[in-house]
Structure formats: structure tokens, C-alpha cells
Design a protein around this ligand. Structure first.
Ligand code: SF4
Length: 178
């Protein structure tokens, strides 16, 4: 008959191996993505082979999917990953996108506003402080966008021909820059 202590030892070894495997996988994910240290609680990336439910705010009628949410122990930090090389400083549109995720986190998780969010470009990572001023800028931008939805003619919000080159509305858009 098998010694029960051997069975217990085998179970403990299997659990230990499983734990080490999970730890290694988490470390690899943090290295590959530049995520801050903490527990990944949400991931919207093909690497994870699943699509999380989008975050939603009824109050601001806003929805979105950050690439990751990381629980750093005190706050829920949104992370946006861009495949392009880093500009000298993050584009305003990227900062506002991240601010929108911060607002959604604030609404969905009830832990207060996250102190910052992260934009990770191919070669550089920026921690962007989620200040009251940035929050106000976001709310103004959302109000402007809602007004533009009702307007007949809207000027482009950028001066980047490259964005027009890859835009799905390029053929019909009379304001295209390329
Ligand atoms: S083609 Fe028109 S809609 Fe598309 S990015 Fe350029 S200006 Fe904007």
C-alpha cells in the first residue's frame, strides 16, 4: 500500500510546480508588455485569446476596452499598448484615450480615480498622471465630440497625413490630408 505521506508530498510538489509556472508566465507577460508590477485583472489582447467585456459608464455614456488593467495593490491602472514607435511625448489623442479608460475604471470599480495610466509604445513607456485637469479636458473633448455628431461639417482634429492614409473613411472624406 502507498504511504499517504508520499501522496501528500506528490500533491505538494504538483501545486508548487503549478505555482512556479504561473509565476513565470506572469513575469514573462510583464517583461513583454512593460506592464507595471501587479496582478493583471483584465486583458484585451490576442495573446490571451479572449475578449473581455468592455468597460461602460452609464453616467457619461462612454464605453471602451483598455489593453490591460493592472491591480497594483492600491489602485486599478489602465494600460494602453501601441505598436508604433514612441513620439517625443505621447500624442494628445492617446492621452485622452487613456484618460477615458481612467474615467471608466473610476466608474466601474468604485476605488476612486486611478492616480495614473500607462501608454506603452514599441520602444518607450509613459506613465500619465490622471489629474483633475486631465479629467476636465476629457469631459470637454467628449462634449465637443457629441456636438460634432450633430454638425453637418466637421474639420479634422489632427494634422497627420499618415492617419488619413490608414483611415477607413478616406475615400468619402473631403477633409483628408493624404
Ligand atoms: S480621412 Fe478624413 S476622417 Fe479619416 S482621418 Fe483623415 S480627416 Fe479624419
Amino acid at each position: 500500500m502507498t504511504d499517504p505521506r508520499l501522496i501528500l508530498l506528490a500533491c505538494a510538489l504538483i501545486l508548487l510546480a503549478g505555482g512556479l509556472l504561473l509565476l513565470r508566465r506572469a513575469r514573462r507577460l510583464h517583461e513583454q508588455t512593460g506592464l507595471p508590477q501587479g496582478r493583471v485583472i483584465y486583458a484585451d489582447t490576442g495573446a490571451w485569446n479572449r475578449c473581455e467585456k468592455p468597460l461602460f459608464s452609464r453616467r457619461y455614456l462612454l464605453t471602451g476596452r483598455p489593453d490591460y488593467l493592472v491591480d497594483d495593490g492600491g489602485a486599478t491602472i489602465p494600460v494602453e499598448v501601441k505598436s508604433t514607435p514612441s513620439p517625443p511625448s505621447p500624442y494628445r489623442s492617446h492621452v485622452l484615450q487613456l484618460a477615458a479608460y481612467c474615467l471608466l475604471v473610476e466608474e466601474e470599480y468604485g476605488r476612486g480615480p486611478p492616480p495614473y495610466g500607462i501608454i506603452k509604445y514599441r520602444d518607450q513607456t509613459y506613465a500619465v498622471e490622471y489629474t483633475a485637469q486631465l479629467r476636465d479636458q476629457l469631459l470637454s473633448a467628449l462634449a465637443e465630440m457629441r456636438q460634432d455628431l450633430d454638425a453637418d461639417d466637421v474639420a479634422p482634429s489632427h494634422a497627420h497625413p499618415n492617419r488619413c492614409r490608414s483611415c477607413g473613411y478616406r475615400e468619402e472624406c473631403e477633409e483628408r490630408l493624404a
